[in-house]
Design a binder for this molecule. Structure first.
Ligand code: UDP
Length: 217
């Protein structure tokens, strides 16, 4: 066996990204095997028709080249698994759908997953292992850090900076910044589902509502 590809995580995120990964291999004319990795498995099984195994079993597969997409929505868990995979000299795999649109001068870090109907507009820089779920977009001149996660249909307008580990909930809309004053979503901040973000969100803060305000616990 020369190459083997894997989607790490066989829960919601992984099962939704597997068809995207399969389609990408097909478009490239690559007929290599593709499997699920999930550490909840004690023995090999089948998930949606694909072979599924735990990480130790995956590591033991004989193959000259292994590629892994870590498909887990939680950015911190994603990082732990990515670091383990890289420590084992296994390559990160970046996956995008055939309907994903990437415009000009876009840089996207390794290990990212861009779901179907995602659009990344021009002059955007994105760090490693970004997840953009169905129908999300990133407009021009945005800078996005490492391990950032977008749930479905996030509207990230132009001149927005999103720092590492931030999580943006489904349907959230983030107001456009300006070149001299980008709107900033801080490190590890969480934007709730459907929130309308009109100003900066400090690091670690959870905001909800329209206009988005810090969540009172
Ligand atoms: N998982 C794993 N190894 C880990 C942590 C998680 O294989 O070290 C798997 C876990 O067994 C589960 C999936 O990753 O099947 C994460 O599922 P969850 O529903 O939490 O996340 P989602 O798929 O929604 O991102």
């Amino acid at each position: 066996m020369s190459e083997v590809f894997a989607v790490y995580g066989a829960a919601g995120c992984g099962r939704s990204l597997m068809p995207v990964a399969v389609e990408q291999l097909k478009i490239l004319g690559n007929t290599s095997q593709i499997v699920f990795i999930d550490d909840a498995l004690t023995h090999d099984t089948s998930v949606n028709g694909y072979v599924a195994m735990n990480y130790d079993r995956f590591k033991s597969l004989e193959s000259s080249n292994k590629f892994v997409l870590v498909a887990i929505a939680n950015g911190n868990i994603r990082q732990q698994l990515v670091e383990k995979v890289q420590h084992d000299d296994i390559a990160l795999w970046t996956v995008q759908g055939s309907t994903t649109l990437i415009m000009d001068s876009v840089i996207i870090g390794a290990g990212s997953a861009l779901s179907p109907f995602v659009t990344i507009a021009s002059n955007v820089t994105i760090g490693k292992c970004f997840h953009a779920n169905l129908y999300s977009y990133v407009e021009h001149d945005c800078i996005i850090g490492d391990y950032v996660t977008f749930a479905p249909r996030v509207s990230c307008n132009g001149n927005i900076h999103i720092h590492d580990y931030a999580y943006i909930g489904a349907g959230a809309v983030i107001k456009q910044g300006t070149p001299d004053k980008p709107l900033i979503i801080g490190n590890g901040a969480i934007v709730g589902m459907g929130a309308v973000v009109t100003k900066d969100v400090p690091a670690g803060v959870v905001v909800v509502g329209n206009p988005a305000r810090p969540l009172n616990k």
